[in-house]
Ligand binder design. Structure first.
Ligand SMILES: Nc1ncnc2c1ncn2[C@@H]1O[C@H](COP(=O)(O)OP(=O)(O)OP(=O)(O)O)[C@@H](O)[C@H]1O
Length: 217
């Protein structure tokens, strides 16, 4: 569950002050999926980074699963970030590691010594079982993004933030990836917030918000 109240975020760029987010309000019930649209530069990534605890708001409140982010100290923020999954436009896979190693890398850090029981079913659902020994550069864009999704989901996140995960994919692959991502999140009751430029992908989501001039239209 995500609740945002009167959120403001200002960028101080030398002499220029830019109100990126201006009294933003939002409510996403538990397990629901939100698509976030808006023109380039409207503040979508900034907003996602605030929700993910990577940037701090200037005022207002952001509560995720009843945790007020501004009240968390550095250690609590680090624990919070462990419970979220991040999916990126450029996949952010480690090119020197195989697909299998990429998927398991963060899990091994978060759950040392624990068997990844979800690994095999997840890999199968994402159709990656024949690619486990490949290196990322040997995969198509869609396959690389499915590795990014497997990596995020394996960590049993409570919430997933995806920043234009289909930005590098064609229309057909974009639909396949978003359909898979929303289905997998639904099965696991995971909140999903996805930034996209594509209105055609919003059918897969419970809520659609468009960011303009610092607030939602
Ligand atoms: N590190 C930074 N320093 C200064 N200004 C920044 C920084 N990052 C982003 N901005 C500015 O903040 C505004 C919002 O950027 P943001 O990346 O959140 O937009 P966006 O909606 O995600 O854009 P896009 O769709 O192009 O990715 C833009 O005007 C951008 O130039």
């Amino acid at each position: 569950m995500i609740e945002v109240k009167d959120l403001c975020f200002i960028r101080n760029d030398g002499d220029n002050k830019q109100n990126i987010l201006n009294k933003l309000n939002l409510f996403v019930p538990a397990a629901q999926h939100l698509a976030l649209l808006g023109d380039s530069g409207s503040g979508k990534t900034t907003f996602l980074h605030i929700l993910a605890g990577l940037l701090q708001a200037d005022s207002g409140s952001v509560s995720v699963n009843n945790q007020e982010l501004s009240s968390l100290n550095e250690r609590e923020l680090a624990l919070y970030r462990r419970k979220i999954g991040l999916i990126f436009q450029h996949y952010q896979l480690l090119d020197c590691l195989t697909v299998k190693q990429n998927i398991l890398f963060q899990y091994k850090l978060n759950f040392p010594g624990q068997a990844a029981s979800e690994f095999a079913p997840l890999v199968e659902e994402l159709g990656l079982q024949n690619k486990l020994n490949a290196l990322p550069h040997q995969l198509s864009g869609g396959e690389q993004q499915r590795v990014g999704i497997a990596r995020a989901l394996l960590n049993k996140p409570q919430i997933i933030f995806a920043d234009e995960p289909t930005g590098n994919l064609d229309q057909k692959r974009s639909h396949q990836v978003v359909k898979l991502l929303t289905e997998l999140c639904s099965e696991r009751q995971i909140n999903l917030v996805m930034v996209t430029h594509s209105h055609q992908l919003t059918d897969y989501f419970d809520q659609v918000k468009v960011l303009r001039d610092g607030h939602f239209e």
